[in-house]
Design a protein around this ligand. Structure first.
Ligand SMILES: Cc1cc2nc3c(=O)[nH]c(=O)nc-3n(C[C@H](O)[C@H](O)[C@H](O)COP(=O)(O)O)c2cc1C
Length: 334
């Protein structure tokens, strides 16, 4: 008989659902670099060293963002099951892969807005198709900014006067990455997936094949398998936001990951669609220039485009059992 571990006296079915929800978080190339160790009184979040992406993310910053996003889902799912989640971030602990631990703080009373975010977990997908021309309302912009604040991050709404500079930085970062054979090989290994797969970006979720004339460079996730339909044009004025930390540290990355997920789920709950444009924050030089563009005293963590879109396609996830740490976690070698 199959047994799933559990914590906090929840049923094994409840715990399986909780871990499944945690694993629905976004991650670079859908690498899903998280694992969970479930003990009776504690859930540990670990990084999965086998799922590092050293060419795109040499310092594991985006790995920590993704794990932070999974941690946010875990918090929401526990609260939904009636457990108040008390989180301790462990970015420097001796246990080599542990990033956070979650204990029970007693009975949870989720706010209605958190229940809506919980319900949005399964609806949130990366939306790589063009958006409709309707702009994002001022009320929704405020909700998005508030979501980032609630998780100790800060959201910079890119002003029309900054679009040109940002566009130049994104294109430059993209060229730098595509000139790097290691980066291209790593990307190729994770994208353009067809058929049965539990990780990576499937062709069905890839969005239109990018063209040189596109204003914002979207990554080519099609692997040459999906030609662009004639006349496909991206929206002229997406809402562009930069999620920022006050400083750069491993802990700030984990915090920013939680903010990314609260922000994205808030957008989803408001009927908005989003996708990420990460080249500019992955290439060290352009990330530094973006920081200067934003005033020089914040750490840019993620660039997102947000707008109104048609429903998008989910990407696959690993089986929940594969997300568990059994026995001793292997060391993390960066
Ligand atoms: C740190 C990070 C960086 C990402 N960068 C990009 C990106 O540059 N372009 C993109 O289309 N998606 C990007 N994504 C989205 C992932 O590809 C996506 O989350 C993953 O494929 C799973 O799909 P889903 O978001 O639909 O669940 C990024 C996600 C994370 C967490």
């Amino acid at each position: 008989m199959r047994t799933f571990p559990t914590a906090f006296e929840l049923t094994t079915d409840q715990m399986e659902q909780i871990i499944r929800r945690a694993g629905m978080a976004p991650s670079l190339h859908n690498s899903q670099p998280w694992r969970f160790r479930i003990l009776p009184h504690l859930i540990e979040l670990h990084a999965d060293p086998k799922r590092r992406l050293p060419a795109a993310d040499p310092e594991d910053r985006e790995l920590r963002l993704a794990c932070g996003a999974a941690l946010f889902n875990l918090r929401l799912a526990l609260e939904h099951a009636g457990i108040r989640a008390v989180v301790t971030l462990l970015p420097h602990l001796a246990a080599p892969t542990a990033l956070a631990e979650v204990r029970s703080g007693g009975q949870a009373h989720p706010r209605p807005e958190d229940t809506r975010l919980y319900e949005a977990i399964a609806e949130r997908h990366s939306h790589r198709q063009p958006f409709r021309s309707t702009s994002v309302s001022t009320e929704d912009r405020h909700l998005l900014m508030h979501a980032a604040h609630e998780e100790h991050a800060w959201l910079h709404v890119v002003q029309p006067g900054q679009h040109g500079t940002l566009e130049g930085l994104v294109h430059r970062a993209h060229r730098v990455q595509m000139a790097n054979a290691r980066f291209r090989a790593e990307l190729d290994a994770w994208v353009g997936r067809t058929g049965d797969t539990t990780e990576g970006v499937p062709v069905s979720a890839a969005g239109p094949k990018p063209e040189p004339g596109d204003q914002w460079v979207h990554r080519d996730f099609t692997a040459g398998q999906a030609p662009r339909s004639p006349g496909t044009e991206f929206e002229a004025h997406p809402l562009l936001v930069v999620l920022c930390s006050r400083h750069g540290s491993r802990e700030a990355d984990l915090q920013a990951g939680q903010a990314l997920q609260r922000l994205w789920l808030t957008a989803t709950a408001q009927g908005l669609a989003a996708s990420m444009i990460s080249q500019v924050v992955e290439v060290r030089e352009t990330r530094e220039e973006l920081r200067e563009l934003l005033g020089g005293n914040v750490t840019p963590q993620a660039l997102l485009r947000i707008g109104h879109g048609t429903p998008s396609v989910p990407s696959p996830r690993r089986n929940v059992e594969d997300m568990l740490v059994n026995g001793v976690a292997e060391p993390f070698q960066s």
